[in-house]
Design a protein around this ligand. Structure first.
Ligand SMILES: NC(=O)C1=CN([C@@H]2O[C@H](COP(=O)(O)OP(=O)(O)OC[C@H]3O[C@@H](n4cnc5c(N)ncnc54)[C@H](OP(=O)(O)O)[C@@H]3O)[C@@H](O)[C@H]2O)C=CC1
Ligand SMILES: O=C(CO)COP(=O)(O)O
Length: 343
């Protein structure tokens, strides 16, 4: 086990740097700063960074909601990382490796912990994002890789809605020791060592939320939606077992909780894109392009192929694949599924 000296004397001792000034990066930074003095956001959009730094708002995502005045923001990556002890990454998955390699590592001044906030994959190499951090950051600069995940709409977090997360790390001692820095009056943390399982859950819940959106958009009632929700839990279990984890990890906040949240609300981008597909009863480019960070869509083909390769049956990913890749009418796909006809 690593020899780690955790600082227990006072809570504001760690310097937090959030990479990405979008909805979730801002929301997480805003709750961290209520417990820790030194929290800085790095972003690439001058206007957004100035809005956070000078107006204490991120108008693009949260209209007039006030952020904590103590929260700092910069477009200067060197400044953002100069004192960083804990680096949280909240950018879309497709830029993940590039940002670690080109922006983060060359500007680090000392070793740090890394916390992944994104819920996607490296779509080029088909790897989980915790692995991308391990590959890009050499051990001498990497104190530990963690994942923070759970049912947490960014907007509700800045509104201080009570929210529960799981903080996962292969070395549970690291997660247990860092947990207190993430707990505030409205954020609670459970810890887990099943980081790969948690990465997998956050990826698949996005795709399953799309399917729940489709079913909703097609006009099915609560019985059918609950039917698909229950099947979704079965598929979550199969996938975490495939990665060698106990199926009960689906009961951590990143599993059932996040599926409940994203699979039932138009506040979710994944659910909303599904809803539009269901309403239109077809997939068209306009629908797909109207959302920016729809990670669940990109994961469908990957999980569909993984299931074939590993010989496991994932009925719901078959349905998603038929709708989004084979362009079969959603109403036809769902009707056949409910009638028990295998396609
Ligand atoms: N929104 C939510 O409620 C939640 C989101 N998440 C996850 O967090 C991740 C981020 O989502 P979210 O914040 O909503 O997405 P957003 O689209 O709101 O924000 C992403 C941010 O990353 C920035 N960005 C893109 N490329 C780079 C780069 N190369 N360097 C620095 N910044 C970059 C974008 O800048 P620009 O806009 O200028 O391109 C934008 O500010 C996703 O994986 C999502 O699943 C997790 C839980 C909740
Ligand atoms: O993951 C989320 C909340 O936990 C947000 O989901 P969307 O990306 O679908 O908006």
């Amino acid at each position: 086990m690593k020899n780690i000296n955790f600082r227990n004397d006072f809570l504001s001792d760690y310097n937090f740097t959030i990479i990405g000034s979008g909805a979730f990066g801002t929301a997480v930074a805003n709750f961290l700063v209520s417990k820790n003095d030194n929290v800085i956001i790095y972003g690439i959009d001058e206007k957004e960074i100035s809005d956070i730094q000078n107006n204490h708002k991120n108008t693009k995502y949260f209209e007039s909601i006030k952020l904590k005045a103590k929260l700092k923001a910069t477009t200067d990556i060197k400044r953002a990382l100069q004192d960083a002890d804990i680096i949280l990454i909240a950018i879309p998955s497709h830029s993940f490796r590039d940002v670690l390699r080109k922006n983060i590592l060359p500007n680090m001044k000392k070793p740090a912990y890394f916390v992944n906030l994104a819920k996607g994959l490296d779509y080029l190499e088909i790897k989980f994002l915790n692995q991308i951090i391990e590959e890009e950051i050499p051990q001498k600069m990497n104190l530990g890789v963690l994942k923070l995940s759970g049912p947490s709409f960014a907007k509700e977090l800045v509104e201080e809605e009570p929210t529960k997360f799981v903080l996962a790390c292969k070395d549970i001692e690291i997660a247990n020791n860092l947990k207190k820095y993430f707990e505030t009056e409205y954020t609670k943390i459970v810890t887990s060592n099943a980081i790969v399982g948690i990465e997998a859950l956050s990826v698949i819940k996005n795709s399953l939320a799309i399917l729940l959106g489709i079913v909703n958009g097609l006009g099915y009632g609560m019985n059918s939606r609950a039917y698909i929700f229950t099947e979704s839990l079965e598929e979550m279990k199969k996938i975490v077992k495939l990665y060698g984890f106990d199926e009960n990890i689906i009961f951590l906040p990143a599993g059932v909780g996040d599926l409940y949240l994203t699979g039932n609300s138009k506040k979710s981008r994944n659910f909303s894109v599904g809803y539009k597909i269901g309403k239109a009863n077809k997939v068209n480019k306009k629908i797909l392009n109207s959302f920016v960070t729809i990670e669940g869509l990109r994961s469908i083909e990957i999980i569909f192929s993984l299931a074939i390769k590993k010989g496991i049956k994932l009925n719901l990913f078959n349905l998603l694949y038929n709708i989004t890749y084979k362009n079969i009418r959603p109403s036809e796909v769902m009707d056949q599924f409910f009638k028990g006809i295998d396609k």
